[in-house]
Design a protein around this ligand. Structure first.
Ligand code: AKG
Ligand code: FE2
Length: 268
């Protein structure tokens, strides 16, 4: 337990969970915002497939594998995520889904990734898998977190896995002697946490820990979105300020500090 008189007991509890387990899940702060994203995703998917809009967005998305082939899946995914990112309300709404958790875990002067990502994994489809990785291995800063939001219920292989913090260092040390990503997966497999999340909840995870996904062996299609957040003043890696990340909440004291100039003219 993180024990400091400067944080509320619920903030301390969330902090301890994030540090010890590497993730937290929480009900969406803005449930109607989540429903709006889900509905728009379902409408865009129906448009792409020339189908009428459904009143049951969750059921439509969850059963999309009965209406689209693997060959068409990436086209569908691109259509939906391009359409969602084109909505001016998408990123403010996405932020509001997890605002209280992000502010406790990251801070309240934030940068947000400019494009929200979408992943669709149909049952038994091995065409869009992400092998075991940590985002920091490919240009993300260790100061970033991922906010990961399912648009359907996700559980077991329909979700993603995360290696607990207590084992991540030891497994990274073993990596140099392994020959493939599959061998790495087999090594960490007994220790992984598969994160079950019902629709309506959001996940915030520590992307410095190893994570990834496998073939979805459940009966419904997985639809999940992900987006990175970091504190504006924390160090950046390859994903740059202004390119990949955009400030969303700079506070006035910081604005003033950044613009301040000491009085001049005293040296001669
Ligand atoms: O969605 C997944 O299964 C993995 C997501 C991931 O690697 C990420 O968001 O950094
Ligand atoms: Fe990742």
């Amino acid at each position: 337990m993180i024990d400091t008189p400067f944080l509320l007991p619920e903030e301390q509890a969330l902090t301890s969970r994030f540090i010890n387990e590497g993730f937290v899940t929480a009900p969406a702060d803005d449930r109607s915002g989540l429903d709006r994203i889900q509905r728009r995703a379902a409408e865009l998917a129906a448009d792409y497939l020339n189908l009428p809009h459904s009143n049951d967005s969750l059921g439509f998305l969850d059963s999309i594998h009965s209406r689209v082939s693997v060959d068409n899946l990436n086209g569908l995914r691109m259509h939906v995520i391009t359409g969602l990112n084109a909505e001016p309300w998408l990123r403010p709404t996405y932020f509001r889904l997890a605002r209280s958790t992000i502010e406790t875990i990251v801070g309240n002067e934030l940068c947000m990734q400019r494009r929200v990502n979408l992943s669709i994994q149909m049952p038994d489809d091995d065409s869009s898998l992400l092998a075991t990785h940590s985002d920091v291995w490919s240009g993300d800063s260790p100061f970033e977190v991922v906010v990961w939001v399912p648009l359907v219920d996700v559980f077991r292989t329909k979700s993603m896995y995360l290696l607990p913090p207590s084992l991540n260092g030891e497994m990274q040390d073993r990596m140099a002697s392994l020959r493939s990503a599959e061998e790495l997966y087999k090594t960490i497999k007994p220790h992984l946490t598969w994160i079950d999340i019902p629709y309506g909840h959001v996940l915030v995870f520590n992307q410095t820990l190893m994570h990834g996904n496998r073939v979805n062996e459940e009966s419904g299609t997985r639809w999940t979105m992900n987006c990175r957040f970091k504190s504006i003043m924390s160090p950046y890696a390859d994903k740059r300020f202004g390119e990949f990340f955009e400030p969303i909440s700079l506070r006035p004291a910081t604005r003033i500090g950044m613009q301040y100039k000491l009085p001049g003219g005293f040296n001669g």
